[in-house]
Ligand binder design. Structure first.
Ligand code: C2O
Ligand code: CU
Length: 450
């Protein structure tokens, strides 16, 4: 599937548009003693097909909807044309069963991205509607192997290995979100890929789960973080501590296999029962070279990664509110003020700055090109993975220095943080929690850039 600049530049396709068909399928995600699980897929695979395109090229795909419900695709992390953003009810109408929609957009940035359903996402993504989209650098780093690892968890009924219903149980909506009881990578609980000693791999980690914050370590691997949420770091950072991968976040690693022939290297995760377990196994067979190499070079930067004018930026304050054990007494919902109990009765538990869910008027109206600083205050008892569509941001430290460029940031209770971005992409952009049950039960807002 590797795209090349030449292919991407072809003006006409003799075969008609390439499609992504959303449809029901079966997948063996659980151990073999269990039945296959009925999943919702793109093109019948879980995760969806791995798409690769050259930086500066275009992604052109016709979504064909063979599901029994309306759907749409969001291309997560892309600085994309607003009309292609895939948010049902905001940037497009959901595609009805039997319908189709043509997505066609330029990809200015290289890196690790993903696509997922953005209609009723807390159900549709949980059922399997997501896949990886890799944008290749013109000058890719030198590695022996490039592996995309889509990390997920699934909440299955242990009786029949089918998805536990309902997807939006009030208990999970109002707490940490829908957490799975079976964790895995690339659609299986037991992902393994054979490697050689001293081999150098690029690992592209994507968290496609609804709500799980993965805590990861390397075993038998020496690694460097080279990009976050698709965006290259100015210099590779050695992996010394645990890696935290919140829902929707990506980490690009370059790792060298230090385990010996016959051993097994692994990406390991910290499990709910306080045990470290393999999230992806790399059995070592043979040797790629006699010695280890020097550390990797930085990835080439993407265009427009600066966030200038921090001192004179427009300031916004966003409060993250609600949930179980929260302090919120009520909020505005559908244009009227409601107590928390009344909200909860309608399946809504969260608010952003006093507003529950999408409102008629945006949280902020920005002028194209202006720099914005947004302070996030988490008044809840839970962590939230806050995601901005259409533009990337940097965290502003207390001393004013800027952190790495990202599209999703983890906000912890009572730890205010500030992000800054240039509002350089016109359109209607969502800002929401990527714990998808939280987004569906109130934690969604939008901003307008004119
Ligand atoms: Cu990946 Cu609005 O989300
Ligand atoms: Cu949340």
């Amino acid at each position: 599937m590797a795209g090349t600049a030449g292919l991407a530049a072809l003006p006409v396709r003799a075969t008609g548009p390439q499609t992504l068909t959303a449809r029901v399928a079966k997948a063996q995600i659980a151990p073999p003693k269990y039945a296959p699980t009925e999943v919702w897929t793109y093109d019948g695979t879980l995760p969806g097909p791995l798409l690769r395109v050259a930086q500066g090229g275009r992604v052109t795909r016709r979504l064909v909807n063979e599901l029994p419900v309306p759907t749409s695709i969001h291309w997560h992390g892309f600085r994309i044309d607003n009309a292609m953003d895939g948010v049902a009810g905001l940037t497009q109408e959901a595609v009805p069963p039997g319908g189709a929609f043509d997505y066609d957009f330029a990809v200015p940035d290289a890196g690790t991205y993903w696509y997922h359903a953005h209609t009723n996402s807390f159900v549709q993504v949980a059922r399997g509607l997501s896949g990886a989209l890799i944008v290749e650098e013109a000058e890719a780093p030198e590695v022996d192997r490039d592996e995309v690892l889509v990390l997920d968890d699934w909440l299955l009924n242990p009786e029949d290995a089918q998805f536990m219903q309902p997807f939006g149980h009030p208990m999970s909506l109002s707490h940490g979100g829908r957490l799975g009881n079976l964790l895995g990578t690339n659609g299986t609980f037991d992902f393994a890929r054979e490697v050689r000693a001293n081999e150098r791999l690029r690992l592209r980690l994507i968290n496609a789960s609804n709500a799980r914050i993965f805590v990861l370590r390397l075993a038998g691997l020496d690694g460097w973080t080279v990009a976050l949420d698709g965006m290259p770091l100015p210099a590779p950072e050695p992996v010394e501590a645990e890696l935290i991968l919140a829902p929707a976040q990506r980490i690009d690693l370059i790792v060298d296999v230090t385990a010996e022939d016959g051993e097994t290297a692994a990406l390991v995760r910290f499990d709910d029962d306080d045990q470290w377990r393999p999230q992806a196994r790399f059995p070592v067979a043979g040797k790629a070279s006699a010695t280890q190499r020097d550390g990797p070079a930085a990835l080439p930067p993407n265009p427009n990664m600066a966030v200038p004018g921090i001192d004179s930026a427009r300031r916004l304050d966003m409060a993250i509110q609600g949930g179980a054990m929260g302090r919120m007494s009520g909020a505005m919902m559908n244009g009227r003020s409601m107590g928390f109990r009344e909200m909860a009765g309608q399946g809504q538990f969260w608010a952003l700055s006093g507003q529950v869910g999408i409102t008629d008027t945006p949280f902020a109206s920005l002028e194209r090109g202006e720099t914005v600083r947004m302070k996030l205050t988490n008044d809840t008892a839970f962590a939230h993975a806050m995601h901005l569509h259409g533009m990337h941001f940097r965290q502003v430290a207390d001393d004013g220095t800027l952190g790495p460029m990202r599209d999703t940031i983890l906000s912890y209770p009572d730890e205010p943080l500030e992000i800054a971005f240039v509002a350089d992409n016109p359109g209607k952009w969502l800002f929401h929690c990527h714990m998808l049950g939280h987004a569906a039960s109130g934690m969604t807002a939008w901003i307008n850039v004119s």
